[in-house]
Structure formats: C-alpha cells, structure tokens
Design a protein around this ligand. Structure first.
Ligand code: ADP
Ligand code: SF4
Length: 689
C-alpha cells in the first residue's frame, strides 16, 4: 500500500465551496479533439477520474463567439446548445470523485475570429498575436464593450454551472487569455481606468471575479490562471509584477493557478526543461495570499511533488503531460506502485495534436484519445483470443509495446532482439544531447515485461525467415525498425543525390554508433523533425564547425508543432552552428557540397571535410518480405498470422511505433472488420431546416 511519505499528497484541500480529495490537479490541457470530438474528449477526462485525480479540468473553452482561435480546436460555450456536450464531460470527470473544472477563455488579442468573422476585441488596438501572424487587428474595447464582456463572462459562468462544473478557471496565462492582455503593459496601452497602473490593469480581473462570485460563487469555485513571467522583458508582465498583482489582490480567486510565460515556456520539452523548472518563479507567491496555489513542472516523481508541498511552494501538483502519459499516476502512488508509473518523456508529441488540429497522440500512452474512439483503457487489455503464442521480432518501441500489451492479454510471448539491449531506436536516441528522458519509453516497458511470467526476452537473436518458420509460434509481429538512408533521398531529392566518392558521408545511425565527424561539417537536414538539430548540437559540442543546410525556412521545421523550434534555433546559434535556410544540397562534391536556393536556384558551394545527411529512413523489412514470399509455408508450420509493424512497416516518430505495437496487441485474434471504420466517430447532427 501507500508509502507514508506520500500521505501529504492525499490530504484533502478546500477550494472555495468545494473540497478536493487530494493534491493531484489536472490543469487544463488541449487534446486536438475538443468540440469536434466531444465524446472522445469526455471519455479521456473520465479515465483520469478513474486514475485518481482530485481535480480535472477541460481544455480552454471559448466562452463567447466574439473571440475564438480557429483553426485550433478547443471547446465552445457560446449558447445553451453547447451545454449537453460539456455536461457529458463534467459527468465523466466526477464519476470517481474528482472536482470538475472548466477553463473559460476569452482570447482577445490572441483570437483572429476566422470562423465567426467578428471583429476581435482586446484591451488595445494591436495586431492579433498568434503562431501564424494573421493579418488581422483587434479593436480596443470601449467602456460599453467592457460592460458587455463582464456580462458575457457571467452568462458563461451560469452555463458552466448548469453544465455541472464545480470550478471555473479564468484564463490569463501563456499569452492566451484576456486577463493577461489587461494585466500586461505590452498588450494594455489604455489610458483610462483599465490601463496604466497595476491597480488599473487588474481592475477587469477584479470586476469579473466579483461578478461571477455574485452569480454562482455559492456553488462554484473561481480560479485564476496567470503567467509567472511573460518573458518579454520590462514591458511584459514580469515575475516581480505577478507577485505585486497577487499581493494586491491576495484573496481574489479561490485558488491561484500559476503557469509560465508563453505556452512554449510552460510546456518546455525535456530537451530544454527539467522537471520542476518553474520552482524559482513560483516560490514565495503562496505566502502572498491565503488561497491555495497550483503550479506545473512536468511532475512525474512523487518525491519531487512532496518536496513542492512540504517546502510551501505549492498546495496542488498541477499536471497536464504527466496526466496524459499516465492517467493513473495518483492511483499508482496511492497503491504503492511507484515503479509502475508511465513517466512522461517530455517529447511534446501530445501538443502536436492541437497544433495540427488532428487529434492528440502520446508517445508513452497509445490509448490517449482512443478511450472512446476505440474503447482502449490505459491500464487494462481485453482477454486473449483463441490463439496462444506470439513471437515479437525486434525490441524497439513497437516491439516492446506489443510484447507488454500482449503479455497483459495473457498470451505466451517471446520477444527476440538482435542486439544486447532493449529499446531499439530509443536506446540509441536517448544518448543524444538532451534526450535522456526518452529512455523512459524503454524503461517502463522493460520493467512491466520483467514482471510477466508469460513474456520471455531473447537477446543476440537476429532471426531469419527459416528460424521463424521453424519455431512454431502461432502469431508473429515483425518490428525490425528502420535505417537512415545514405543516399540523400527524402523530399528535396526523390532519387539519390549525386555524390563524389571521395567525400566522407555520414548518416544519423553512424553518429549514434559513435562515428562523429570532426573538422568542418555540413549537415543537410531534409527530415525536418528533431534529428538534424540534435546532431548539429552533438557535433558542435564536440568541437566541429557545423553548417546546417535545410530547404525549409526554419531549422527543425516540424518542431514548431512541439513548441521547441525557437529553443532549437537559439541553442544552435549559441553553439556557433551556421544556419543556412531555404537552400538544398544539390550535390556532394570532393570539397564539400553544392547548394541551390529553393526559390531562385542561385548556386553556392560550401566547403566541408565531411557531410551528414539527415534524409529519410528505409524500413528494415527484409525479414517480412522473405516471410511474405513463403506465405504458403505458414500454415504447415503452425503460423496463423504474421504482421509487420512500426518503423519496419513505415518509418515515423516514436509515438507511431508505440501506437502500432499497442494496436497489434489489441487486434490480435479479433474479428476482421473488413471495410468498416476502425474507430467510433461523432458526426455533427444536422439542424432542423
Ligand atoms: P520501432 O521504432 O518500429 O520499434 P526500432 O528501430 O526502434 O523500431 O527497433 C527495431 C529493433 O529490431 C532493433 O532493436 C533491432 O536490433 C531489432 N531487429 C532488427 N532486425 C531484427 C531481426 N531480424 N531479428 C531480431 N531483431 C531485429
Ligand atoms: Fe509526455 Fe510526450 Fe506523452 Fe506528451 S506525448 S504526455 S510529452 S510522453
């Protein structure tokens, strides 16, 4: 059972008219599903309730149609019609005794209103601030508008109450909510009673809290989410000013919810931010108010959580990503199962679901957002089907997750790995600069498999088709991974790049094998995710003079979706890496590379002693192809099915591999659904004509 040193995490605590059963507080987080997938989002929150969280919030909920952030998909509470969908969510949150919270967002200077076509309203007339520099400006709210906005907040609060929520969070953090826009001198340049002094800039927050308290405060707690530092220098809402604001308005909300800076500051990936990275920014604020404080910091260690509470830094442990990676984190602490916690690796893949307006995935938890769509539970698998045995070939993230999940279903599982360690690409990549937390993908699964009597691991076992046909396993999963291409084929070149054989050419696999070039190196990144930037960092740290060439307008372009592109560029610039954008390598020469501007074709040669090509990957599917060619021998050898999964089927991010492994395990021995859609989907009901 529970280790007494964690008892403090389970002490109840009052928030306004409610009492949270423990200190585990799931702060608002997006999921890419939002209003388009209300049942999927509700079921995801329901799983967190089962997992033991004391407080569970929605994602940001747009509370009035004059402010919305299309194309991003969050929740909406614009009219009574929106109440039933939100009620479904609050019901799911409360099943196991959590308090249900809704985050109300009026996006102000952050909402371009592409969908409603309303003119955006903000404290001052400035361009809309989004990821995409939209060509739209906001009109400054006049005093009548401010009165209207206060009333709209009250309307939203009343609807939130009808929708069953216990807590209302007023959003003013990450640069995203109107409360921050009023508080910051950068976005509030008013000269009336709502601008100028901090007292004036806090007026709007004070008025809205008072209005909502009067309307629903007897039954509904009010929390206020503010940024700990706007991180834009003196003009912004600095950490010192946040402290002044809290001191000046000490008992304003029922709880202070402290988040950091812009979203990329708050949700920093593990490559750039440690656990509890916001500790210094938050320390001491609790003493300024009698109200409880929640803060975040990618907390996955119960010892760190206890320290945050014992040191008087926080009252509640706020978690978004750790609650995604392991919705059962509180229950595992409560049941004394610390080693079973599936720790977030801080890769920010979950955030890409929101940024790409798709639906979120989690590298560690393949069931995230599939709780309703596929009926997948993060802790439980259905019983095994009518076959008995499975051979999984390859112990990368796909093979490891398949073995773990098949083991849970009760199959006899053999996991054969050619090498001498588990983890595949994860074991290699976690040795690269900043990626050590990614090893948790392996560690969690290694520990789980180690506990299962029905899963055996075989190392030094590079299997051939003959081996597999001879073994007699009924089912086989081929998870043999992928290899970085040496010929430069990716996007700029769909056929091999011309190369002078005299120039040493390296691939990411070479570098991960320890063959790291020195001297003057050109790295050509036509992959665009993290690998090119990480390898440039690795070489620069070892003293190489690195030039990173990419056809994109951004270094590690796709990491804009993981909120780390800015940090990557900054790090490379600080390490002295020369960054050459909008240029493709057209040829590897004896003295370096020939390049061309992607717009004009203008040529430029860059000298180098070595070239690193971060292009695409080839699937290691030779084994699968050999077995496919011998399909008529399967049945005679007792084989019912063979599938190729993960990078061996089609290379992708690690999250794709864990998903593929999990899916294989779920679907084994299940009836063939032929042409049917493999998940449940919500279709908007047609309005009456
Ligand atoms: P994924 O991301 O799909 O899980 P990885 O590349 O991470 O793929 O892992 C593939 C693993 O498969 C590696 O650990 C590799 O050593 C192993 N492997 C490759 N070929 C074989 C084989 N023929 N037999 C056993 N293991 C193999
Ligand atoms: Fe953590 Fe990555 Fe999962 Fe997000 S996707 S919760 S960052 S492991």
């Amino acid at each position: 059972m529970r280790d007494p040193r964690y008892d403090i995490l389970f002490e109840p605590m009052r928030i306004g008219p409610h009492v949270a059963k423990n200190r585990f507080y799931q702060v608002p987080h997006c999921n890419g599903g939002g209003y388009r997938d209300p049942s999927a989002a509700a079921a995801m929150r329901g799983i967190k309730s089962e997992g033991g969280w004391g407080v569970i919030f929605t994602e940001q909920t747009e509370m009035h149609h004059t402010s919305e952030i299309t194309p991003f998909i969050e929740l909406r509470l614009w009219e009574d019609q929106d109440i039933p969908g939100l009620r479904r969510m609050s019901d799911a949150m409360k099943v196991h005794g959590a308090l249900a919270g809704i985050q109300l967002a009026y996006s102000g200077i952050n909402g371009p209103n592409f969908y409603t076509k309303e003119v955006p309203l903000a404290p001052s007339s400035l361009p809309i601030r989004t990821f995409t520099n939209d060509p739209v400006q906001a009109r400054a709210l006049d005093l009548t508008d401010i009165r209207n906005l206060r009333r709209w907040f009250v309307n939203a609060a009343k609807r939130s109450k009808i929708a069953g929520f216990d807590l209302i969070c007023l959003y003013g953090a990450h640069g995203f909510g109107i409360f921050q826009h009023f508080l910051s001198r950068a976005t509030n340049q008013r000269t009336d009673e709502y601008g100028g002094s901090l007292e004036n800039r806090s007026r709007f927050a004070r008025e809205v809290v008072a209005d909502i308290r009067e309307a629903v405060g007897d039954t509904t707690a009010i929390t206020m989410r503010v940024s700990l530092d706007e991180t834009i220098g003196d003009l912004g809402f600095s950490n010192a000013e946040v402290r002044d604001f809290v001191a000046m308005n000490a008992d304003l909300p029922d709880l202070w919810d402290l988040a950091h800076g812009a979203w990329e500051d708050c949700s920093g990936p593990s490559r750039f931010k440690e656990e509890a990275a916001q500790e210094l920014l938050v320390k001491g604020i609790r003493e300024l108010s009698s109200k409880p404080v929640v803060g975040v910091g990618r907390f996955t260690s119960p010892d760190v959580m206890v320290r945050m509470i014992r040191s008087g830094t926080l009252d509640f442990i706020g978690c978004a990503r750790p609650s995604i990676a392991d919705p059962f984190l509180p229950r595992k602490v409560e049941e004394g199962r610390i080693e079973d916690i599936r720790e977030c690796i801080g890769c920010n893949m979950c955030i890409t679901g929101d940024m790409t307006m798709s639906i979120s995935r989690c590298t560690q938890n393949p069931t995230f957002m599939e709780e309703w769509r596929k009926g997948w539970h993060p802790e439980r698998m259905q019983e095994k089907g009518d076959s008995e045995s499975v051979l999984v070939v390859g112990a990368g993230p796909a093979g490891l997750e398949a073995a773990r999940a098949l083991g849970l279903r009760g199959y006899q599982v053999a996991l054969a790995e050619a090498g001498t360690e588990l983890g595949g690409r994860v074991a290699r990549e976690c040795r690269l600069p900043g990626l050590s937390a990614w090893g948790r993908v392996r560690d969690y699964r290694q520990f789980q498999i180690g506990k299962m009597a029905n899963v055996e691991v075989y190392f030094d076992s590079r299997l051939t088709a003959d081996d597999i046909l001879a073994f007699g396993f009924q089912n086989v999963a081929i998870a043999t991974g992928s290899t970085w291409r040496r010929d430069g084929v990716a996007r700029a070149h769909v056929v091999p790049l011309p190369m002078d054989p005299g120039m040493p050419v390296y691939t990411p696999d070479d570098l991960m094998d320890g063959k790291v070039p020195t001297g003057t190196v050109v790295l050509f990144d036509d992959d665009h995710y993290y690998m090119g930037g990480v390898l440039a960092e690795l070489m620069a740290r070892r003293g190489a003079k690195v030039t990173l060439v990419t056809p994109s307008a951004y270094v590690s372009d796709w990491t804009r979706n993981t909120l780390e592109q800015g940090a990557i560029h900054r790090r490379l610039a600080e390490l002295g890496v020369e960054i050459v954008l909008n240029r493709a390598v057209t040829r590897v020469t004896a003295d370096g590379v020939a390049t061309a501007c992607v717009y004009t074709g203008a040529k430029r040669d860059i000298a180098a002693d070595a070239v690193v090509l971060v292009a695409s990957r080839s699937q290691n599917d030779g084994l699968w192809r050999d077995l496919s060619a011998r399909r008529e021998e399967w049945a005679d050898n007792g084989i019912r099915s063979i599938r190729v999964i993960g990078d061996a089927e089609a290379p992708g991010p690690i999250a794709w591999a864990t998903y593929a492994g999990h899916r294989f395990a779920r679907e084994l021995d299940m009836p063939d659904i032929a042409d049917a859609l493999p998940f449940r989907r919500e279709v908007t009901a047609l309005a009456a004509e």
